[in-house]
Design a protein around this ligand. Structure first.
Ligand code: ADP
Length: 415
């Protein structure tokens, strides 16, 4: 089956076309046929497109909305010019899998999309006002283009964390606020955590019940997840993705009354405070330069930029603090897994986060650590490191494609 995976943001659309089925899933022989990103939807959009094994193409086109963006991509995918293997018409696409950020308390599994599911996703808009509306636009566009004959599945960032117990997901606010509004921790990056936990099991031969790992997804958004017996025990993002680790533009943990203080001092509205915490803080806010870790590392080493260093130090200190807290929360872990753009590609950040954790049995092997980036996977701990250390590149799109197949065939999820 060829599955089109869509991941829609407010003005962007990422896609992958993946050939997979139950046999390929079992043998790990799924194949990516094409992938791309459309950015700046709503004006002169920029498209970056690639067919497997060929050079990247960059194009610009005026695309008004997600529907137009999807039409454009589909025309390209089936064109003679793209020449995607075995894809020459829309009939070659058998299903669509959508990344949906928030499934709330009810959507705790990947699911085939029908009108009732769309309503439930709409009900979660108030929990994820920045994300779910864009995901719904992608679903609407795909339903219009493909019609009812093509199955579509929704895969939620939150669902992996539905196993968290109340002592992990409840905030210490008056309990009635949870009952009334479902104010609680939901957690995100769940698709990524499921993927790396599965990969860890493949590499180590561990069964699900013995998967006790701490995973750090460090990308533009950053979080950490304690995975005990293969399930999410606790994760650092909260009711929204703003809580927890320091991120590219998000502050992560913050005394909530700082916002009230700033409201009085600077006359900032709630909208402005939301933008402050989500878009102007984190690495960008501290450095005053950029949210991009690679650029910050370059500024630090080439120009000895003081605030770039401070931003990186605060980022690493927060991650280290959470490692200690979460190892206590789960009574130790067999392994720590790094993933996401920073986790996969930056030996320097991994080194700084893990430095001076030898009392916990965590020891990075410098040569192994340096040798792993750019999509490679492997161990970076010393032989003697009691907690094994892994870099495992994530692949959320692949997991979405696989879940779509499993939803269509009604195969229970095994991991
Ligand atoms: P997103 O969360 O948007 O999917 P990614 O997972 O791609 O983002 O992560 C983006 C982050 O990864 C950026 O901060 C980027 O600088 C960082 N990154 C990518 N490559 C490197 C590298 N070689 N060294 C350090 N940071 C890197």
């Amino acid at each position: 089956m060829n599955i089109l995976v869509l991941n829609c943001g407010s003005s962007s659309l990422k896609f992958q076309l993946i050939a997979t089925d139950l046999e390929r899933i079992d043998r790990d022989t799924d194949r990516e046929l094409a992938r791309g990103v459309v950015e700046r939807i709503g004006s002169e959009a920029i498209l970056t497109l690639r067919v497997e094994g060929r050079p990247v193409q960059r194009l610009a086109a005026p695309l008004r909305d997600h529907r137009q963006a999807l039409d454009y991509i589909l025309r390209w995918l089936v064109s003679a010019e793209a020449a995607v293997p075995e894809v020459s018409s829309l009939a070659a696409i058998q299903a669509v899998g959508h990344r949906v950020v928030h499934g709330g308390e009810k959507l705790t599994r990947s699911i085939l999309i029908d009108d009732a599911v769309i309503e439930q996703i709409e009900d979660c808009i108030e929990l994820a006002p920045l994300h779910n509306p864009a995901n719904l636009k992608g679903i609407a566009a795909a339903r219009e283009v493909f019609g009812p004959g093509i199955p579509q599945a929704a895969v939620f960032d939150t669902s992996f964390h539905s196993t968290m117990p109340p002592e992990s997901f409840l905030y210490a606010l008056p309990y009635q606020l949870y009952v009334r509004y479902r104010v609680r921790r939901y957690g995100f990056h769940g698709t990524s955590y499921r993927y790396v936990a599965h990969r860890y099991r493949q590499l180590t031969g561990r069964p699900l019940e013995e998967t006790n790992i701490l995973a750090l997804h460090l990308g533009n958004g950053c979080s950490i997840c304690a995975i005990r017996s293969g399930e999410s025990l606790e994760t650092s993002m909260g009711m929204t993705p703003a809580e927890g680790l320091v991120m590219g533009t998000r502050s992560g943990d913050l005394d909530p009354l700082v916002l009230e203080f700033l409201h009085h001092k600077e006359g900032m509205s709630f909208e402005e405070l939301e933008a402050l915490v989500n878009k102007r803080s984190g690495l960008l806010g501290i450095s005053g330069l950029t949210n991009d870790m690679r650029d910050l590392l370059a500024e630090e080493s080439e120009h000895q930029d003081r605030r770039a260093r401070l931003a990186i130090d605060i980022f690493c200190a927060r991650a280290k603090k959470y490692i200690g807290a979460y190892l206590a929360r789960m009574n130790g872990a067999d392994a720590i897994v790094f993933t996401g753009g920073i986790g996969e590609n930056s030996p320097e950040i991994r080194r700084r986060i893990c430095a001076e954790l030898d009392f916990l049995g965590i020891a990075v092997d410098p040569a192994r650590n340096e040798s792993i980036s750019g999509g490679l996977e492997g161990e970076i701990g010393t032989e003697g490191s009691r907690v094994r250390l892994y870099v495992l590149p994530t692949n959320e799109e692949l997991l979405i494609a696989r879940d779509t197949v499993r939803c269509i065939l009604d195969v229970p999820r095994r991991w």
